[in-house]
Design a protein around this ligand. Structure first.
Ligand code: GTP
Ligand code: MG
Ligand code: ZN
Length: 287
């Protein structure tokens, strides 16, 4: 049988075959390396006498991220809050860069607009709206959720971002009445815990596979050439070839189109600062 791994906890996996979800384990040869199965993997499995699944092999893993740990993503929605917690742009921009490196489409979802002025919320939206689909959603009232659903509909899409920004609230909101049946979210509420500890995929009626993922506070840059980092920022990439030097890193060079765009306000200061931090971090790796 063929199915999709929708959850994995301590060596147990949940596999969804389009109709039912089976709990079980992976074959010994797969288990030896505990990172060998990702939530999101399409797997070949069989059912044993106890109605438990045994995963035989991974059939498809088009892509994967280490943080959040998930595979076969068509889109990642970077969720961050306008306040509580305060936005950490370097972390946001690093995850966006990681998706660029892996060719995973991204969208931006900003929550908790109710906690800040309209100007402040718009300021956050303006950092990203020129480069990625950008929506504002209230995870408590559901305002804006339709805009998000429009962006993600039919895709394998992960909600990812810092802890406490409202990823699970949004997941609940999109699931609607189905939420109770899924168990894990109501479990969490019953225990009074609000932190998601495992990636979980919720298959929706319209073919969307919605991944709720645990929050994180930091991210490491992948090992890569420092000269290539600017290519992971779409608004920098757009200016390729317009600097005086063809190998311009957009830091200290004269007649740099990126720095001109920064001065003009076409490139947001936070994005440029994130770029400098990413470059510094990668340089440190190489020392
Ligand atoms: N004021 C306000 N609160 C919100 C909004 N969205 C979510 N919250 C609240 O923020 C808190 C955290 O929400 P969660 O959905 O658990 O956040 P999460 O991103 O899943 O967090 P982790 O699982 O730890 O990564 C909850 O108390 C929510 O009710 C919003 O738009 N406005
Ligand atoms: Mg959560
Ligand atoms: Zn330049």
């Amino acid at each position: 049988m063929t199915g999709r791994v929708v959850k994995g906890i301590g060596g147990f996996y949940y596999v969804f075959d389009g109709e039912n979800t089976y709990m079980g384990k992976a074959r010994g040869n797969l288990k030896r390396n505990k990172d060998l199965i990702y939530v999101g993997d399409v797997v070949d499995f069989e059912i044993d006498d106890n109605s438990e699944c045994i995963i035989n092999s991974v059939l498809r893993r088009d892509n994967f991220l280490i943080r959040p740990p998930a595979s076969n993503l068509e889109m990642l929605v970077l969720v961050f809050a306008a306040a509580d917690p305060e936005v950490n742009f370097p972390v946001v921009d690093k995850l966006l860069a990681a998706c660029e490196a892996k060719n995973i489409d991204t969208a931006i979802c900003i929550t908790k607009g109710d906690l800040v002025s309209e100007d402040k919320l718009n300021g956050y939206m303006n950092v990203y709206r020129a480069i990625y689909p950008t929506v504002a959603v209230n995870g408590q009232t559901g305002d804006g959720i339709d805009d998000l659903v429009e962006v993600i509909s039919g895709k394998s899409v992960a909600l990812a971002g810092p802890s406490g920004v409202g990823k699970s609230s949004i997941t609940n909101m999109i699931l609607g009445y189905e939420t109770a049946a899924t168990g894990s979210i109501s479990d969490k509420t019953m225990r009074g815990r609000h932190t998601t500890r495992h990636v979980e995929i919720f298959p929706l009626e319209d073919g969307t596979f919605l991944y709720d993922t645990p929050g994180f506070t930091s991210l490491e840059m992948p090992s890569m050439d420092e000269h290539d980092i600017w290519k992971l920022l779409p608004e920098f990439r757009k200016l390729a070839g317009q600097c005086r030097y063809s190998d311009c890193m957009h830091i200290n060079e004269p007649e740099c189109a990126v720095k001109e765009a920064l001065v003009e306000g076409e490139i947001p200061a936070t994005r440029y600062e994130s770029y400098l931090l990413m470059t510094e971090e990668v340089k440190k790796w190489h020392k």
